[in-house]
Structure formats: C-alpha cells, structure tokens
Design a protein around this ligand. Structure first.
Ligand code: ADP
Length: 182
C-alpha cells in the first residue's frame, strides 16, 4: 500500500475490488452514459447495490463524458455512489481532459456533499480502452492538483483490480512526486 499526504488529504493506492470498500463514504462507478449496469466496474457495483440503484439512476441519465452524478449506495456498504462517464479512447476528445474532468468532478461532488473519503477504480482503462500508463498519470496529477481545494475529503483511494495496474499507478505517483529536473 502506498500513501501520500498533501495538506490534510491522503492519496492511497491499493489492489482490490471497488465493490468491496466498506470504509469509504463514496465509491466511484466507471459508468456508461445511460447509468445502467454493464461489464467491469459498472456490473460489480450494480450487482452489489441491487436493482434500486439502476432505478435511482434512470432520471439522471444520460450523462456526458467527464460528468459525475451522485446517488445513494443502496445495498453497498457506502453512503453514496458517484457515477462518472470516462472518455472512450479514440472517440471522445480531448481524452486526457475528459478523463481529468471525471476525477476532478467526482472529488468536488464528494467534497460538496461533506464526504470524507472516496474510492476510485481506474476509469476508462477497461472497455473504454484508455492506455493504463497514460490514464494513471492523468489520475494522479488531477487528484494531487485538486486536493488543495478540499474542505471535507480526507482520503482518496485508487483501487486497482490487477497487481500490474497497481504497479503502473505506483510508478505514476513516483513520477509525480519526483519529476525530472530539466
Ligand atoms: P471503463 O468502461 O471506464 O473502461 P471498466 O469497468 O471496463 O470501465 O474498467 C475500468 C477498470 O476497472 C479496468 O482497469 C478494469 O480492470 C477495472 N475493474 C474491473 N472490475 C473491477 C472491480 N470490481 N473493482 C476494481 N476495478 C475493476
């Protein structure tokens, strides 16, 4: 586990399942535009939350790439689910900015709702095809740059499904904290 503290907010990287993060106030769903269940993260979250989540999502859909919306967590052990639509790599442009928007908008939404902790999956790196190394750099940089404005959120956790993905995110964190000097 890797921790980094900036101000009063900690960024934590772990290997795990986004649908099993009982100690964070919110979990982020790598959603589709219609906020329906699906494969990957959306499937795991909707399965664990039960059909009430899709019902609550219906009037909030469709959402646009980069956008984040908040719902209850239903049968999940968290207080809320924050649904983000990541960019489809090669289709929704500019991909890097839209991916950064997802992280920033989700964190701001959590903070606005007075939440203290939020767990993210690696948005867009599955079915949406975003190269994981590039996505990791954007995720880490956006999170670290958003931390100074936060009033409530004290823990941001990135939950990586595979050990190799965790390694890639750790390397991105290293690169961010020790950028090459010109
Ligand atoms: P997207 O459609 O945004 O690409 P996916 O759900 O297909 O979202 O995948 C996003 C990332 O989440 C991928 O790296 C995938 O391996 C990972 N992933 C899939 N299921 C889970 C899970 N239950 N918990 C955490 N990460 C997951």
């Amino acid at each position: 586990m890797e921790n980094k503290t900036t101000g009063n907010t900690r960024l934590e990287l772990i290997r795990g399942d986004i649908a099993h993060q009982p100690d964070t106030d919110a979990v982020v769903n790598a959603a589709n535009a219609q906020l329906r269940t699906g494969g990957g993260v959306a499937g795991a979250i909707h399965r664990a939350a039960g059909p009430g989540l899709e019902k609550e999502c219906r009037p909030l859909a469709p959402i646009k790439p980069g956008q984040a919306v908040i719902t209850g967590a239903h049968k999940l052990p968290n207080k809320h689910v924050i649904h983000c639509l990541g960019p489809v790599y090669g289709r929704d442009k500019p991909e890097d900015q839209l991916l950064a928007d997802c992280y920033r908008n989700a964190i701001r939404l959590a903070d606005k709702h007075g939440l203290q902790s939020i767990a993210f999956p690696a948005i867009s790196t599955g079915i949406f095809g975003f190269p994981i190394k590039e996505a990791a750099g954007i995720a880490i940089e956006t999170i670290m740059n958003t931390i100074p404005e936060l009033k409530n959120v004290r823990l941001i956790r990135l939950v990586l499904f595979a050990e190799k993905d965790l390694e890639i995110f750790r390397e991105a964190q290293e690169r961010f904290s020790k950028p090459d000097t010109p």
